[in-house]
Design a protein around this ligand. Structure first.
Ligand SMILES: Nc1nc2c(ncn2[C@@H]2O[C@H](COP(=O)(O)OP(=O)(O)O)[C@@H](O)[C@H]2O)c(=O)[nH]1
Ligand SMILES: [Mg+2]
Length: 438
């Protein structure tokens, strides 16, 4: 398994955060220290590590937690965001039949294997990949790709007698009638040098591939970034594919160093077999490292509307009126069904059942009803008696029962708040809103 160490380290840091009694400056410092240690041992560049931990620290201490998150949850969310930021810059590349993809890289980086992996990947997605071997440098290259193409049942073209790579590619394109998605395996020299670059650039200008992928051996760790930089300086690169991430603890370094060059990683190879290959998605990758369930829950919660503190204050002071209900409804509409919301509030269990059943449609009606009230009625709903109910109902196009319903709702909310009795207890609960989850 790739990234086991990195994942373990990050999870253990997050765990220590959960166990901490308070989230103060020291806890945050210790937490970022652990993150640093983990990233450094994954070979992430030291400047990148310090930059990231500084940002986590600053944001963790200064930022107001998003949505209904507690400070510690927010810290984990920030970590997630910063990690995604660290490893992701690649734009998604639009690949279709009728295009040509050229794979470049030094010998042994995994080009030939990756041509086959990409072929399988795009075949599974309904495209029609066709493989061309244009490595005239390595004698066994032709056989290797021919063999792999048979394994995944894809058309293959090569010409072991021909020494001119460009000629072979042109022959292949002709043979395939310029149809389907043409994947071109290019030559690889032992090291990155002028000659290799010259050849690649010749292929590039003659063949005009829509996409050029640079294949890099992930076991290089952060060194992969240097190689990516060197390639980029002498040839066009549209994306990076990192290979052999199964056999290294330095994968994190390789990915983040590539991201730093501005060409993000698009795919990763995680084993010798053709199926050991996946599209690289920074969000998915980081949530897998930290634990999917955790992150998804946090992100959802962060999106949820902030609990209106002013409303809470007013609830406590007993001044709760229709204006508060109005803003409450606006929030509920943002948050989804009240039933779901209730589970997230510390006093959720105490919300009367009929309030939980409020539907979206109802909420809209309530809004119309409140819009039809006079400012005085909104301030003090108790003055709304029969005639006013009639007027409001016809003004808002609703039934009088529905007007009564919202008046009842208001009374119940007020009463519910009184159930807490002790104001200090309620205040404490309110302060902990969002902090109850962990
Ligand atoms: N473990 C592992 N080995 C890989 C991966 N990709 C390629 N290889 C191996 O790396 C070696 C070189 O690969 P090859 O495709 O021939 O590289 P090329 O010289 O760039 O064409 C082969 O032994 C492959 O099986 C990978 O993702 N994981
Ligand atoms: Mg090869």
């Amino acid at each position: 398994m790739a990234f086991e160490k990195l994942s373990e380290g990050l999870r253990s840091a997050v765990d220590s955060l959960r166990k901490a009694v308070v989230i103060d400056r020291r806890t945050v410092k210790n937490y970022t220290k652990e993150i640093q240690k983990t990233l450094l041992s994954a070979d992430v560049q030291i400047e990148q590590v310090f930059e990231l931990s500084k940002r986590i620290e600053e944001r963790g201490l200064l930022e107001k937690p998003a949505g209904m998150l507690s400070r510690r949850e927010n810290l984990i969310r920030i970590t997630y965001e910063e990690l995604v930021n660290l490893i992701g810059t690649g734009e998604s590349i639009n690949i279709q039949d009728g295009q040509k993809i050229l794979l470049v890289g030094t010998q042994g980086s995994g080009k030939t294997t990756t041509v086959a992996k990409l072929g399988r990947y795009f075949k599974k997605r309904g495209l029609h990949p066709k493989l061309i071997c244009a490595d005239t440098f390595r004698p066994a290259a032709y056989e290797q790709l021919r063999y792999l193409s048979e394994e995944i049942d894809l058309p293959f073209y090569g010409n072991p007698g021909e020494k001119d790579a460009i000629k072979i590619i042109k022959e292949g394109i002709k043979e395939f009638k310029n149809d389907g998605l043409i994947l071109i395996d290019s030559e690889g020299r032992h090291k990155l040098d002028k000659e290799l670059m010259g050849d690649i650039n010749k292929i590039y200008s003659e063949i005009k591939p829509e996409t050029v992928f640079l294949i890099l051996d992930g076991t290089m760790g952060q060194q992969a970034g240097k190689e990516a930089e060197a390639f980029k300086n002498s040839s066009r690169i549209d994306g990076i594919i990192l290979t052999k991430l199964d056999g290294t603890a330095k994968g994190g370094g390789a990915i983040s160093a590539c991201a730093k060059t501005g060409s993000g990683v698009n795919f990763i190879g995680t084993g010798e077999h053709i199926r050991d290959f996946e599209e690289f998605n920074p969000e998915g990758f980081v949530s897998r490292l930290i634990g999917f369930g955790d992150i998804r829950g946090l992100l959802e919660k962060a999106k949820e509307a902030d609990f209106d503190e002013r409303t809470a204050e007013r609830l406590m002071s007993g001044k709760f009126n229709m204006n508060d209900i109005y803003s409450q409804i606006q929030q509920m509409k943002k948050m989804g069904p009240l039933k779901q919301v209730a589970g997230m509030l510390p006093f959720g269990a105490k919300i009367p059942k009929d309030l939980l059943e409020l539907q979206e449609e109802k909420l809209d009606k309530f809004i119309y009803i409140i819009d039809s009230m006079t400012p005085g009625e909104r301030e003090d709903p108790a003055i709304i008696k029969r005639e006013r109910i009639e007027r409001i109902s016809s003004g808002s196009g609703t039934r009088p029962e529905e007007v009564r319903e919202i008046l009842n709702y208001h009374r119940k909310m007020k009463k519910m708040m009184r159930m807490f009795g002790d104001e200090r207890k309620l205040k404490r609960l309110m302060r902990r809103i969002g902090g109850a989850g962990m």
